[in-house]
Design a protein around this ligand. Structure first.
Ligand code: DC
Length: 227
């Protein structure tokens, strides 16, 4: 069957990554978490005290950043490496979440990341999730999904996810961070989060995880036949 690109966009914490990962495994496709790339850039900027208001400092830092994904044979997860170091855990920390929307709104950061994402999807057979995958990175993706969920549900899911990674964050703090990121992600000048006209919207508030995966697999199989 023809290999396609599946673009999954949507707000923070509505289950994009978990869904995309399972869909990719079921289809034997590669999964690419584009948010992890923006998080890795943010981690570098934080650790190297990069002044994000200075375009020269940003350009210099970007030239020193190399992001790769490597499959961990133990947990079968594609993990993020920044300049050769496994940063999968560090990029999920709250200090990164607090800064990532600001960093990902910078044009030069986006240009660099989009170019890498397009390279990663060159041979198709890819599920990529993010905010601008169907609109900017792969505007001709054969299948575009836009995921949404109720704000309170998203906050609870994100809090649980952080707890599983060892960070206990109050729900109000998680909500504040999500609201701020929603605001920046949707209103920024460069590639704001928006639903592409071809995207199929899936509201995950009331459907089970298995149902949403099933729906995407069904849409993907149709797209493989019809495109
Ligand atoms: O999916 P995530 O929450 O890990 O993404 C982290 C941030 O990265 C998010 O607040 C916005 C940004 N992002 C983006 O601007 N474009 C993408 N394609 C993916 C993520």
């Amino acid at each position: 069957m023809k290999k396609i690109i599946i673009a999954i966009d949507g707000y923070s914490a509505c289950g994009k990554s978990t869904t995309a990962k399972v869909v990719a495994t079921l289809l034997n496709y590669a999964y690419i978490d584009s948010g992890a790339m923006y998080r890795a850039v943010t981690l570098y900027f934080l650790d190297h005290y990069v002044d994000i208001t200075n375009p020269k400092s940003v350009a210099k830092a970007l030239a020193n950043i190399n992001i790769q994904f490597h499959l961990n044979p133990k947990n079968k997860e594609n993990e993020t490496f920044l300049n050769g170091l496994n940063v999968e855990k560090d990029i999920r920390e709250m200090r990164v979440a607090e800064k990532v929307s600001e960093v990902s709104a910078i044009k030069d950061v986006r240009v660099a990341m989009v170019a890498q994402q397009q390279k990663l999807g060159k041979s198709k057979g890819v599920v990529m999730d993010g905010r601008d995958i169907g609109t900017v990175v792969f505007p001709s993706a054969e299948l575009k999904i836009f995921m949404t969920a109720d704000f309170d549900i998203r906050a609870e899911r994100r809090q649980k996810e952080l707890l599983e990674k060892g960070e206990l964050i109050e729900l109000d703090v998680v909500k504040e961070n999500l609201a701020k990121r929603d605001q920046i992600d949707t209103s920024r000048k460069e590639s704001p989060l928006l639903k592409d006209k071809e995207a199929v919207e899936i509201d995950t508030t009331h459907v089970t995880f298995d149902e949403q995966v099933e729906q995407i697999i069904h849409l993907a199989q149709n797209a493989m036949i019809t495109t």
